[in-house]
Write a protein that binds this ligand. Structure first.
Ligand SMILES: *Cc1c(COP(=O)(O)O)cnc(C)c1O
Length: 495
């Protein structure tokens, strides 16, 4: 299997080259030249496998230059009991008659990004070996809160790597900031940037295309790479859990093989829902992909009208990991839906960069709408959904998952489509204690790590272990910079 770029489909990269390089030189994203199909017997055989085995099964379809033994060892390390607090890794919980919640937050940082970022370091270091490349990889991350922590947890003390994380100074929750500032490991660095997530992300993208910096780092045998969801090595592990959820629904007797399901995903950078799209393209019987946004509803508008327009106010919301106006992974979907028209994709991305806006043609919009539905939840609707889920079902959900549950209700009311639906639950409610406490009606709230105890006391739900341990950790990083100082930070970090 070979990999091409969304802006140049004549490239011919091995999986190891695509993963090691992260982003293609001309700015495009890597993806397989052709998507593999699930063999006819796949679901029935995977039904009785554990999560690690399912991961090996799916990933080996894409990583043809990796051996089964290698992938088996990666899956054991990434998804083992030291990392995930449940043997199922990603349990499926039945919420009501035809609604299921895929809990993606049982990993070391309590957000779904662990599923990809526990795997990526293994894929990346193995890729470097396969490429006979002994340089140090410096991972630069721009984070809206969860990626940074998950990436550091995945890469901490991994040989041949260093990782530096930038997060928007006032754009993450208290618990998220505490998680990052207390990160352990010899090869990690954290710095906050004045501005919002898009500022931090744009800053990091500029560093990647800075030739002078590249040369300087080459002098110390170092290359830059990315752990953001533009790296194929992050998208691939996410495909696994959609297939896994389907197998679990079969196993639970909720569906029979071949039955259609819908999937509803709280979306920011479009990485998670893109993985569901790929699962569908591989032949998993997914009917609709429901894309849920918060008040930063640029994707709702795009999927409704065909015009992507980032020229709009940016809102800091209680679901900060979705506070994004430039959804990088949409580029991969555009490539797929234009039947691999790389020139067309490059043109859209140019318009986006120069005008902040582009429109797809009618045919493309029809194709989009055949597969995707979209909706958004404002802050009030998000809180109301958390409160109601708690009161009526005694199920505590976080702000991002609440956006998805709200949008699903909206979708069902509008369409009458009652297909069994899997909602991707992307974070533990304990990562967003303050907003969750407010939503369930607690007016006097604690601060910092005290919020964790308070949420646990009020609800009787135990605090996840990785978060309960935060209070005793030393603050290791407290620096912040202006956007134009980010380059100096990278230099200092790699000296
Ligand atoms: C990153 C994140 C999202 C958005 O996922 P994308 O892949 O960027 O669309 C949603 N919820 C949580 C909790 C996240 O951390």
């Amino acid at each position: 299997m070979y990999y091409v770029s969304t802006r140049n489909k004549l490239l011919d990269f091995t999986p190891a080259q695509a993963i090691a390089q992260g982003l293609s030189r001309e700015g495009g994203l890597f993806l397989p030249a052709a998507l593999p199909k699930l063999p006819g017997s796949a679901l029935e055989s995977m039904k009785n496998m554990n999560y690690q085995q399912r991961a090996v099964y799916i990933m080996s379809l894409y990583l043809t230059h990796f051996s089964t033994a290698e992938l088996t060892s990666f899956a054991a390390k990434a998804y083992g009991p030291e990392k995930f607090d449940t043997q199922e890794v990603v349990p499926v919980r039945k919420v009501d008659g035809n609604t299921y919640c895929l809990e993606l937050w049982h990993g070391p940082t309590c957000a779904f990004k662990d599923l990809a970022l526990q795997m990526l370091p293994h894929l990346l270091t193995a890729s470097m070996r396969k490429n006979h490349d002994n340089r140090t990889v410096c991972i630069l991350v721009a984070t809206s809160g969860d990626t940074g922590k998950a990436a550091m947890e995945g890469f901490r003390d991994v040989e041949q790597t260093r990782i530096l994380v930038f997060y928007p100074k006032d754009g993450v929750s208290e618990v998220q900031a505490l998680q990052m500032c207390t990160q352990e490991g010899q090869n990690v660095g954290v710095c906050s940037v004045v501005g919002n997530f898009d500022d931090a992300q744009t800053g990091v993208k500029e560093l990647f295309s800075d030739e002078a910096l590249r040369e300087e780092l080459a002098g110390v045998n170092t290359i830059l790479s990315s752990a953001n969801s533009i790296n194929w090595g992050r998208v691939l592990p996410q495909i696994v859990y959609y297939v896994s959820a389907y197998c679990d629904l079969m196993k639970m007797g909720e569906i029979a093989e071949g039955d259609a399901i819908n999937v509803c995903v709280p979306t920011g950078n479009f990485g998670n829902i893109l993985a569901a799209y790929y699962a569908r393209e591989m032949g998993l019987p997914i009917q609709k992909l429901i894309c849920a946004s918060n008040s930063n509803n640029v994707l709702t508008d795009f999927l409704t009208t065909g015009t992507y327009d980032r020229n709009r106010p940016f809102f800091n919301t209680i679901s900060p990991s979705m506070d994004i106006l430039i959804s990088s992974n949409l580029e991969r979907l555009l490539f797929a839906l234009s039947d691999g028209n790389d020139a067309q994709v490059a043109e859209y991305m140019k318009r986006l960069k120069e005008d902040g806006c582009y429109s797809v043609d009618k045919k493309m919009l029809e194709r989009l709408q055949k597969t995707f539905a979209a909706g958004c939840a404002d802050e009030g609707q998000t809180r109301e959904t958390i409160g109601r889920m708690w009161r009526e079902k005694h199920y505590l959900i976080d702000t991002h998952s609440a956006v998805a549950f709200h949008v699903l209700e909206q979708y069902r009311a509008q369409t009458g489509d009652e297909t069994p639906t899997v909602v991707a639950s992307t974070a533990s409610p304990f990562k967003f204690c303050d907003a969750v406490l407010e939503a369930i009606g607690v007016e006097e709230r604690s601060t910092g790590a005290g919020l964790l105890d308070q949420l646990s006391e009020v609800t009787g739900v135990p605090t996840p272990r990785p978060l309960a341990g935060l209070r005793d950790k030393e603050i290791r990083f407290s620096g912040w910079v202006q956007k134009d100082q980010m380059k100096a930070v990278v230099r200092g970090f790699n000296r």
